[in-house]
Ligand binder design. Structure first.
Ligand SMILES: [Zn+2]
Length: 137
C-alpha cells in the first residue's frame, strides 16, 4: 500500500458505497434486485431491468471470462505511463454482468478472448481497495 497513490480514485456514491466497503474487506459484492433477481454492475441506484429500488448485496465468486480486451502500449495518461503495457478487459462475470477491469500479472501476449480470470484486490490507499483480475493459469 502506498500513501503516495496519485492515480484517479473512485468516489463512492450512496448506491455504490456498500460495494467499496466490500472491496476493503476483499469481498466482491454485486447488487441484486429483490424484485426480479437482476444483478447490475457497476451498481446503479435502481435496477436496470425493472427500475426497482429494492436490492440486496451478494458476494460474487470473483470468476469470469474475458469477453474482449485492449492492451495499451503507449499514449496512456501520464500517471499510467510507467505501467505500460497494460491491459483493460471486458469481463463476463460468472453471475452475469459484464464489467470493465484491468488484468494484472500477465504479459500482453498471454491475453486471450475467452480466458478464465479471477478477481484480485489491490489496496491502493488506506481507504480504497480496487478490484482487478488476473488470468487463471
Ligand atoms: Zn429488477
Amino acid at each position: 500500500m502506498s500513501t503516495e497513490y496519485n492515480k484517479p480514485l473512485p468516489v463512492p456514491q450512496k448506491w455504490s458505497r456498500e460495494f467499496w466497503k466490500g472491496t476493503k474487506d476483499h469481498k466482491f459484492l454485486l447488487k441484486k434486485c429483490k424484485d426480479c433477481g437482476n444483478i447490475d454492475h457497476p451498481p446503479y441506484y435502481y435496477c436496470t431491468e425493472c427500475m426497482s429500488l429494492e436490492h440486496e448485496w451478494v458476494e460474487a465468486s470473483g470468476k469470469g471470462t474475458i469477453y474482449t480486451y485492449s492492451t495499451t502500449y503507449m499514449g496512456a495518461p501520464p500517471v499510467f505511463t510507467k505501467e505500460q503495457p497494460f491491459t483493460l478487459a471486458m469481463i463476463d462475470l460468472e453471475e452475469g454482468p459484464r464489467m470493465l477491469s484491468r488484468i494484472v500479472d500477465a504479459l500482453p501476449e498471454e491475453m486471450k478472448i475467452g480466458a478464465d480470470v479471477e478477481v484480485v484486490f489491490e489496496d491502493v490507499t488506506e481507504d480504497t481497495t480496487l478490484v482487478m483480475f488476473r488470468l487463471v493459469k
